[in-house]
Write a new protein. Sequence first.
Lengths: 277, 385
Amino acid sequence: MKNTVGHPLKKYFRGEINYTTCSGCGNGIISQSILRAIDEIAIIFDQIAFVSGIGCSGWIPSPSFNTDVLHVTHGRSIAFATGLKLAAPQMKVIVCAGDGDTGAIGGNHFIHAARRNIDLTVVCVNNGIFGMTGGQVAPTTPYNSVTTTTPYGSIERPFDLSNLAIAAGATFVARWTTYHARSLKNSIKKAIEHKGFSFIEVISQCPVQYGKVIGMRNDPVSMLMHYKECAVNINKAKNMSADELKDKIIVGELVEKKNIPELTDEIKRLRREASRK
Amino acid sequence: MKNKKNIERKTDFIQGNIACAEGAIAAGCNFFAGYPITPASEIAHYMSRKMFEVEGTFIQTEDELAAIANIVGASWGGNKSMTATSGPGISLMLENIGLAVVTETPCVIVNVQRGGPSTGSPSVAFQGDMLQPKFGSHGEYQIIALAPSSPQEMFDFTVEAFNKAEKYRIPVFILADSLIGHMRERVDFPLDDEIILEERKKLKNYQGIHQKIFLDENVAPMPIFGEGLKANITGSTHKEDGFRNVSDPKIMDTAIKRLSNKILKHKEDIIAVEEKYLEDAEVAIFSYGLVYRAVLETVNIARNQGLKVGSFRPITIWPFPQEQVEELSKKVKTIIVCENNLGQIYPFVKAAANGNAKIIFLPPKILGALYKQEEILNKIKEVIS
Ligand SMILES: Cc1ncc(C[n+]2csc(CCOP(=O)(O)OP(=O)(O)O)c2C)c(N)n1
Ligand code: SF4
Ligand SMILES: [Mg+2]
């Protein structure tokens, strides 16, 4: 009998799909981290729904993941996920979004979902650029970067998406890079099990579009090594000065708040109150 | 849990917007998402209380982009969902209305129209958004739209809107005028067992990754999320199984044609028109919504004066009742089109008549101030003499 080795995550894939992701893209590591987290929680895959928008990140679950997947318009994934979660609160709803999706066109949905503390898990692929559309500046691109729409260098300061989530009221926030695949998986696990709005920011390599901005074109390995060098854990960062933290990426679980009312629970409470009247 | 109150016959004197909300509840709506805007806000006010009483959900979203996204998401979660807004809100929703069409998502969208463009005149009656739901989102598509002309019809047509949305897996619009939304009038509520409800065809069990869940001209079954059906839903061009293909023109061709035919092939079931005094009429007046009320009164007066005039009223604006108007154009000599705008539906009447009858457009002298009876009556007399 022939020995065949099956990938342990293959069972989660719809199959018969041609992948369009560039080689070396961080999306593969992120896909695996999400699926490994789900595998370890041992939750039935059918109980998880994925929602994604437009951008390379949107193709992480759609159509690859073999469960309910809703692939929507650019920037609106969190808003569609909100309606879905409210209608089907028994489901775990995971959003895969890009940094442009989350920080540019869909910024409003992002902060309001955090404010509502609705039980969604948002995995935001922050590659610092508009990957899909050809390497234009994103609201996360570092100051003075040369991109396809900032030939003289970008003149706007970038958003810190995790801090934005925290300020808006997210109750679980973690940031990792694709170099930290195992920690990323562990935080995604926690985020899925967390009751409330959880935000996972993944600093991820886009060797094609962002690689050229930082002189690492088509060189994903250098990008990953760069993440390794720049990353500082939040516990260590707490004792470092702003100067020391310049150009560093603070990673780790940044916020975990428990016992904050969650939106679908609040809605159940209103239904009970309405029925008593 | 069903609303238990309609087991006794009930009549009320209520606002059109409230009648609309009541119609939604009677149709089984259990999800409302919206962003406040005059002249539609009363629907949200009412639903913010009622939705929880029927174990449903109300959410005031951050904007209308989110409102439409929420109702589409909720529909995939198995709810009957709706939003209500006015023109500016529809303008914001348009991209996701296209997504609702292409993902074949049942939902109801109410536009209580105001004067426009832009912020316009929020409470002035205007039929300025008649083309917007049909042509506003990019690409080529069909939707269904109904135009009520009384609070009673705000109730009845909203029930009908849910039924058609469920039956055809499509967004259905209520195109009301601000004065219909705000008008108070007698509304007779049907008994519970008098309301016939259409429920969506659902996929019952998972049939493999190539299961047919889209692009059936007779409506494919919908895989509701959370039932293990592994729904593969995308706003990108896709095949019957939901798999994306954005490069093959043949696949796009099939998708666009099937989506359109899903509606156009069932026009007979979808389209409703109301005809009055047309048997011997020489002149027909084409009108809808608020304007129809003035037209019908004028036609009654004209008939009393022996003038051979009748009324043709599309209840369904989209798909446009092309065949019915063509029939009409063969019966009468002249069709006068009365709309409270600068002639939005008029070109469609003209095209459908195809030279069979003379088509005249008669807007009110002052848009939004509506017609004086003489304006219409004088035109009828002028045409007949
Ligand atoms: C309304 C709208 N505007 C613009 C676009 C074009 N568009 C597609 S993806 C994208 C940006 C993608 O950037 P990001 O969200 O960071 O995702 P990435 O591709 O980097 O993963 C843009 C501008 C669109 N699809 N829809
Ligand atoms: S363009 Fe960048 S983000 Fe998109 S698939 Fe290629 S490497 Fe990944
Ligand atoms: Mg990006």
